[in-house]
Design a protein around this ligand. Structure first.
Ligand SMILES: [Zn+2]
Length: 306
């Protein structure tokens, strides 16, 4: 769409709500990000019984500071599960205020434009698919190793959502013989052994003298880190062997750490992958590390939906 200086520019309001920070930005139809992006502290902000009222204030404020544009839709990414109709957050362990809150309803009533609440991993996957030119692929799986283990699945032209909207909870597949309690209520979940939080625990317990950010620089001499990569490969390959995807997107803060053994991870995935297929045709792609990928992904997702 061509923009002129005479009329207001339509844009999507994209929100990326993380456990620590919360960002809000505008995304035009050509996926240009409107500056500036506003950043807030999530915990301070959402320590409330009515988080949707806080969201309304933030969005009102954003709209006021961008008088040259006109919002066409709102898309909010949550670090948790949302329901199938994409209006209600089911669980959000890092921001409990959102548990079972209908977000889209009150916001649509206030702003009179379409509002969608979505699991943040699917917004990241939307952005990566756009960026990597994979939108015509039949099946894509993505693994985002940040604080937790995020997983997005795109199949036959749509994101897999499942009966309740909670597909892709790969972090909570059980690992045999493991009994540690998971915050989800079960025991022995994969996320306890392969996630940013798991890496932090491992570093504190096994090699406290090495700063967390440079642990992978010592990968060769630390068998416990090899084990960490092995847990990742086992979890990822479980899904890869089931779905036989066209592309495998690997991203997230842990994978983007200095000296992360990316080749070793891919080698281990090949090792566990079923032979001859999918093993012989595995196609790995590195996801974006754009600091506003969540907001841009919200824009891609919502423009596709409108
Ligand atoms: Zn769990």
């Amino acid at each position: 769409m061509a923009h002129t200086t005479t009329g207001p520019v339509p844009y999507i309001i994209g929100m990326d709500i993380g456990g620590t920070n919360c960002r809000i930005g505008g995304v035009c139809s050509d996926l240009k990000l409107m500056e500036p992006v506003a950043k807030y502290n999530s915990r301070a902000l959402f320590n409330t019984d009515e988080p949707e009222q806080i969201l309304i204030e933030m969005i009102d404020n954003f709209i006021r500071t961008h008088p040259d544009g006109t919002p066409a839709g709102i898309c909010i990414g949550f670090p948790g599960t949302v329901n199938k109709t994409k209006d209600t957050v089911i669980s959000c362990p890092n921001l409990l205020a959102f548990t079972n809150r209908n977000i889209a309803g009150p916001l649509e009533e206030h702003f009179h434009i379409p509002v969608v609440a979505e699991h943040d991993v699917l917004l990241l996957l939307s952005y990566d698919m756009k960026l990597l030119g994979l939108e015509d692929a039949d099946c894509i799986v993505s693994f985002y190793l940040g604080t937790g283990l995020g997983n997005g699945i795109y199949i036959h032209g749509r994101f897999l959502d499942g009966k309740n909207g909670v597909s892709g909870e790969l972090g909570h597949i059980p690992l045999y013989g493991k009994t540690d309690p998971c915050p989800c209520g079960n025991t022995g979940c994969a996320e306890l052994y392969c996630s940013g939080r798991a890496l932090e625990r491992l570093q504190e317990a096994a090699f406290p003298d090495i700063p967390l950010e440079s642990v992978f620089s010592h990968y060769d001499r630390l068998p416990r880190l090899h084990e960490f990569i092995d847990y990742m490969a086992m979890a990822f390959t479980t899904e890869i062997n089931i779905l036989d995807p066209d592309y495998i997107i690997l991203a997230g803060g842990v994978i983007q750490m200095k000296d992360f053994p990316y080749d070793d991870l891919c080698r281990q995935i090949r090792h566990y992958a079923r032979k001859p297929y999918p093993e012989q045709a595995l196609c790995f792609k590195e996801g974006s590390n754009h600091p506003f990928a969540g907001i841009l992904g919200a824009g891609v997702y919502m423009w596709n939906r409108l």
